[in-house]
Design a protein. Structure first.
Length: 414
């Protein structure tokens, strides 16, 4: 029996057609996972677990209790509870688990979009596809795949930095007040909502930059197909959450996109540079740990110079550190008033589906951020243009912004 990975690459390379009967050496369920990923969890169980030689390490690794046992004692993944943090994949030494793939339905939708498909690239993208792949060349590569255009999600990180800074200014008025970041990592947000939901009042009701960018594209072009590209498997689950499922149609990881480029024989490093510079330093820094804190801190200072209570930030990398940081908050053992949680060590550049090692990805992000024409969102004319499109003429109106930028979190759900 051929493996899931072999089937995936054979279909991608056109060696097997999904419109014809599947050869007997392949598992039909594997094909269903590729054709209908929305039916499954972000983590796929591609081999049935017999007697576990590793004492159910996958189940023990999941802080979200997404792995359960059926009546026969066999483990399975609950699609409703699985966030896509990939802790179980790393824990399973049998190789029974892998990341889901959205390539087939996503590219089919792009082909059928009639020139109305847009790719939304995460701030962590710079350098991931080779140091020679500039943002402009990457844009050209996506157009060669059939996309109408490429949007840097960092532009919407700029806008949400403004919103978070205003939320901080409104809600952190005295010693002891604090704010939890709300618009960055889906694993961090899921952890608060599912495990520490009593802390939800400290989380501003903001969507992620991914959702904001998808909603903006669809406001301008209602029938557009939107595809987010980043290093994070958890974004697949976030995009399907009922209250924000209107924004992003498909999520592909950097590794999936690299597979597509290779299958289509597209070499981005050799293509023409279609350069456009829309994001500030602040928005681009969202890709690594500390970036959100730095962006919000600088924004608060720019909006309210000399404010009596400034941003005192604390960050955490990975689920264990995030849980430890939350414990310090609960026990009053921290003097910080702004807490940034990242589900992956290093932040998004350390995402499980990144191509580059974390330290190398961080360097590329810092270099790219340093070359931005604008340092803060307030200085970025493109951010102002988006706000004007939303009917927001002053930054203060962001606190009362329409539903494109906001969501109603429900505690205990994910």
């Amino acid at each position: 029996m051929e493996t899931f990975e072999e089937l995936y690459h054979h279909v991608l390379e056109g060696k097997i057609s999904t419109k014809e009967p599947l050869p007997k050496e392949y598992d039909p369920r594997h094909l269903d996972c590729l054709v209908h990923p929305e039916k499954y969890a972000s983590v796929l169980q591609v081999k049935e677990c017999e007697k576990c030689a590793y004492d159910k390490a996958c189940q023990n690794s999941c802080v979200f209790d997404a792995i359960a046992a059926d009546e026969e004692g066999k483990l399975y993944i609950d699609p409703e509870k699985c966030v896509g943090c990939e802790a179980c994949i790393n824990a399973c030494e049998s190789g029974n688990l892998t990341a889901s793939r959205d390539v087939l339905p996503a590219m089919k939708a792009v082909r059928e979009s009639k020139g109305r498909a847009y790719v939304l690239v995460a701030p962590a993208f710079f350098g991931q596809f080779s140091k020679k792949v500039t943002p402009g060349r990457l844009r050209t590569a996506f157009k060669a795949l059939g996309f109408s255009g490429m949007v840097e999600v960092a532009l919407f990180a700029d806008i949400l930095t403004l919103k978070e800074a205003l939320e901080f200014n409104q809600h952190v008025q005295e010693i002891g007040d604090y704010q939890l970041t709300s618009c960055c990592c889906p694993v961090w947000i899921a952890m608060i909502r599912k495990i520490y939901h009593e802390l939800m009042p400290h989380v501003p009701g903001a969507v992620s930059p991914m959702v904001a960018s998808g909603r903006m594209v669809k406001r301008i072009c209602p029938d557009a197909v939107t595809v987010f590209v980043g290093p994070c498997l958890a974004k697949k689950k976030e995009a399907r959450e009922p209250d924000i499922a209107d924004a992003v149609d498909y999520v592909l990881t950097f590794q999936e996109v690299q597979d597509i480029f290779q299958a289509a024989d597209i070499r981005p490093e050799e293509l023409q540079d279609d350069e456009k510079d829309h994001a500030s330093t602040a928005g681009r820094l969202y890709a690594r740990t500390g970036g959100v804190s730095q962006a919000v801190s600088e924004m608060v200072e720019q909006l309210c110079p000399g404010r009596e209570i400034s941003v005192v930030a604390e960050q955490a990398n990975g689920t264990k550190e995030c849980m430890a940081m939350i414990k310090r908050i609960q026990e009053g053992k921290t003097d910080a008033n702004f807490f940034e949680g990242m589900g992956c060590v290093g932040g998004c550049v350390g995402g499980p589906r990144a191509i580059l090692p974390t330290d190398e990805g961080t360097k590329y992000v810092d270099d790219y951020a340093g070359k931005a024409k604008y340092r803060t969102p307030l200085e970025n004319p493109y951010a102002r243009r988006v706000l004007e499109e939303l009917g927001i003429t002053t930054v203060e109106e962001l606190l009362k912004a329409d539903t494109l930028l906001t969501r109603e979190f429900q505690s205990g759900t994910g």
